[in-house]
Design a protein around this ligand. Structure first.
Ligand SMILES: [Zn+2]
Length: 196
């Protein structure tokens, strides 16, 4: 059994199994220039945070199966009818109607290009990506919005054609299951666990 809590939903309620949080011993903070005087304590904490996906759940479930889902407004009365959104937007921001979920994996494979990019040598806490991180903004044909992700192989360039790769072997069910590589990248160059 996992040291960390796991959660399921039954009868529309969260069922938490295991320990939700772990108490960790404090340690004293002492001032070495003042005879080791106590000035405080550390409070290490570990807890399981429950992050609900709601209407975006299908997006993350699909990544784990190698599919990129987007949404589209199909409301005939909406001025923005037919507009496709990536990143996934549950509701249309023009008419506030519920968008239709569509599979845009093929559009991504055939038309994705780098709109712009930035290379980050340093990162924040809990980063798991290799540094430098090559963040890319991706443009798709027929899609009104731009997706932020990262390039897993090679060096980014403006206008470069890229294709999506998915962490399908051991998915995290987070946005980390999606990355991009230059078009034509060989299968054996992909990061471990990822496939086209
Ligand atoms: Zn709309």
């Amino acid at each position: 059994m996992s040291k960390y809590a796991t959660v399921r939903v039954k009868d529309n309620m969260y069922k938490v199994m295991g320990d939700f949080h772990h108490l960790t011993p404090n340690t004293p903070i002492r001032d070495l220039n003042d005879g080791g005087k106590l000035v405080g304590v550390t409070n290490p904490r570990e807890m399981t945070y429950i992050h609900s996906y709601g209407g975006e759940a299908v997006f993350f479930e699909s990544l784990s199966k190698g599919k990129l889902m987007a949404t589209r407004c199909d409301n005939p009365k909406c001025e923005a009818k037919g507009t496709i959104y990536q990143p996934f937007r549950i509701h249309c921001m023009d008419c506030l109607g519920k968008n239709t979920v569509i599979d845009m994996t093929d559009i991504a494979k055939k038309t994705a290009t780098i709109h712009t990019f930035m290379v980050c040598e340093r990162s924040g806490a809990f980063n798991v990506l290799h540094k430098p991180i090559k963040f890319i903004n991706i443009e798709f044909e027929g899609v009104s919005t731009i997706l932020m992700s990262y390039l897993a192989v090679g060096e980014p360039e403006m206008g470069m054609r890229v294709v999506p790769i998915f962490q399908t072997t051991d998915p995290t069910y987070t946005i980390l299951d999606l990355a991009w590589v230059p078009e034509g990248t060989k299968k054996n160059k992909l990061p471990e666990g990822f496939s086209f």
